[in-house]
Design a protein around this ligand. Sequence first.
Ligand SMILES: Nc1nc2c(c(=O)[nH]1)N[C@H]1C(S)=C(S)[C@@H](COP(=O)(O)OP(=O)(O)OC[C@H]3O[C@@H](n4cnc5c(=O)[nH]c(N)nc54)[C@H](O)[C@@H]3O)O[C@H]1N2
Ligand SMILES: Nc1nc2c(c(=O)[nH]1)N[C@H]1C(S)=C(S)[C@@H](COP(=O)(O)OP(=O)(O)OC[C@H]3O[C@@H](n4cnc5c(=O)[nH]c(N)nc54)[C@H](O)[C@@H]3O)O[C@H]1N2
Ligand code: SF4
Ligand SMILES: [Mo]
Length: 736
Amino acid sequence: MKLFHRFSQMLKERQGPLTEELRLSSTSSHGMLPDRLLPDKTSASICGYCSTGCQLHLHSKKNKPINVTASASYPVNLGAACPKGWESLSVLDSKDRGTMPLLKDVNGRQQIVSWDIALETFCSRFKSIQKLHGNESTAWIGTGQITNEDLALLGALAKFGMGWVHGDGNTRQCMASAVTAYKQTFGFDAPPYTYADLEASDTLVFVGSNPCIAHPILWQRVMRNQRHPDIIVIDPRMTETAAAASLHLPIRPKSDLTLFYALARIFIQNQWVDSDFVKNHTNDYDAFATLVESFTLERAALATGLKVSTIMNLAARIHEKTAVSFWWTMGVNQGYQGTRTAQAIINLALLTGNIGRPGTGANSITGQCNAMGSRLFSNTTSLFGGRDFQNQGDREEVAKCLKIPVARIPTKNSLAYDQILKQVDAGKIKGLWIVATNPGHSWIDQSNWLRLVRTKVDFLVVQDMYYSTETAQEADLYLPAAGWGEKLGTFINSERRLGVIEPITEPPGESRSDFDIFKSIACQWGCGDMFTEWKDPASTFQILKRLTRGRPCDISGIKDYAMLQREGGIQWPFSESHAKNGSPEKERRLFGDGSFYHPDQRARFLFESVQPPTEPPDSSYPFWLLSGRGTSAQWHTQTRTGKSPMLLQMAPAALYVELHPKDAVKLNIRHNEKVQIISRRGSVEATAKVMATVQPGQVFIPMHYQEVNRLTHPSFDSYSRQPSYKACAVQLNKVS
Ligand SMILES: Nc1nc2c(c(=O)[nH]1)N[C@H]1C(S)=C(S)[C@@H](COP(=O)(O)OP(=O)(O)OC[C@H]3O[C@@H](n4cnc5c(=O)[nH]c(N)nc54)[C@H](O)[C@@H]3O)O[C@H]1N2
Ligand SMILES: Nc1nc2c(c(=O)[nH]1)N[C@H]1C(S)=C(S)[C@@H](COP(=O)(O)OP(=O)(O)OC[C@H]3O[C@@H](n4cnc5c(=O)[nH]c(N)nc54)[C@H](O)[C@@H]3O)O[C@H]1N2
Ligand code: SF4
Ligand SMILES: [Mo]
């Protein structure tokens, strides 16, 4: 709250229209604002940071962006925005924006080159690697932060045009466990909810999720709930969200699976199960009931560090209410058993019939602005539209849709991010193309990443807005990209809502939109003919519609961008036949009729035995290290938010570590003193923040500082291959 207060003070000190109302009045005849602040152009654009998907109005004057207001009529944010949204234009204008391609010379120094040379080098180097080592010797790592149109073109170009087999994205670090969980359980990757569910719940259970910081405007939707809801937060830390909750369960890291199995057992033993729902709409309940028999309350208490009475109380509170929604984020997905943990949450919703009705659901909150779009259109793990590369029928459908020979479509799945890097280490993958992600900061176990890039990768291309990122600095070839605010396309938010992003300004220098870069590469590579129909984002959107027709994610009823803007975004599915009935409803959830996407239309109970933690604390490394989002003003590796003087003032400048007062006393560490955090892989220095937000024996660091992933332990969920960022063992020493 203090931060928000400071922020609004700062905004007040700055001149500019703050709200939609002000903007409207400013353009009225009253003329409240000085002329220099009156826009001559306004675009409506979905925010380019988090997956909440707020709509912002971007204002410019004489082609210079001057301000942002939050759209009051958009059904997501209803006039609100968080600090990142308000400051989203100020990060575009920065001296380290790439304006020209850079190519390493013989001395390893990056030198400015023309686009012609850049494109020629891109194609000749990758082609020669492929010629020598085969089509599996090159790979790309993409992102959840570019548009659907960008993602689809990249995926089609790399796999169908250039013949690559392997490509993955930073969404592996983020959503993979939720994706896998939904696919296996529901038969399709489909988060079922709509944001109105936040306002219609009697009870909201947040698991490993800190929306106050990570999805602030979703949290505002919770605050609009008029039902006096019970808000339960399951998180090892007393987060901002936990502090605002009616019940906080400070669970021991990575013990959620045991807790949820024990809860299921309580429901079954007390006959609190919605038997009709389970009988009519699910499979494998009996086997699930057998598995959870051994998860007694005592066993759960021992594993989670929670009291037996607390766990019983939690079960009763869920049982007593009819509209219970479960929400999870990275505390679940980023675990070595993330997929099964997500499914344990879904199982609970199925068991209690809390799905398909207002205020219910097993709801994964997405992370990045277009992580949801990457799930349908990146063409990495799954073939376009949630299809399967290994399925011939699926390949034929896509080939027909795109009018390409079916032989252009790989018959095998891409390797996952960590497996791509393993192949790099093994000398099998020699060329890497990184688009809109910064693994030089964000990938788990940093020293390994640097070693690979410096000693094993023959040709590294990095395509980013800024040439200064940790990753771009290592690039053999750097391609300068336009950013959000400078390009056109669509995003999909957490509740499956498609929305338009519109440019308000030109990209700097000779930087180009990702879409244009991909098109230029296609021409230079010699496969441009394949993409004649992909003229621009708007025509590509028509191709995307075709790719989804008849699929669970069908968007064929959305006419064009104008319709999306008019309707306040549209949630998938919205098919042509749906469109015949008129305008889309403002809010829609899935599974209202209890039918799921498996051929028998039933959801599956999926479960597994609980595995021990991959790197638990021991006598040499006695602390659990947690990591996550620090403030609402910081975005990931800070390449963007780090450019806003205002946002910089809202967060500590250097790495800090939250440490419990009892541990501080034991280690003789005082508040604001420097400490060294050491893991088996590396060490970092941080400022101690002595506070009871963490439990004794645990410490927390925010992910936004470059050095954090020197510490993390490279362990992965075996189904989703998502890295387990959130828990490893460290020791702490006072820096004397
Ligand atoms: N301001 C801001 N907002 C963001 C982002 C950002 O960088 N900055 N990033 C966006 C992205 S891409 C994402 S993925 C989301 C992430 O959104 P969140 O997942 O909500 O954020 P995190 O802080 O990474 O993790 C959430 C919580 O998981 C808890 N946790 C750790 N281990 C466990 C465990 O074993 N069990 C349980 N139950 N909890 C655990 C942590 O203590 C933490 O409070 O945020 C999005 N929004
Ligand atoms: N320790 C720890 N590590 C973590 C996490 C954690 O909780 N703990 N969380 C993980 C999660 S959930 C995530 S999602 C990742 C995020 O990790 P990253 O994806 O590495 O983080 P970003 O800083 O968002 O990087 C995006 C990059 O794309 C660039 N960019 C932005 N827009 C555009 C565009 O339109 N075009 C192009 N070409 N470039 C653009 C930005 O300048 C930036 O360099 O971090 C992961 N790492
Ligand atoms: S909550 Fe997310 S989408 Fe909304 S303004 Fe903030 S960063 Fe942008
Ligand atoms: Mo993420």
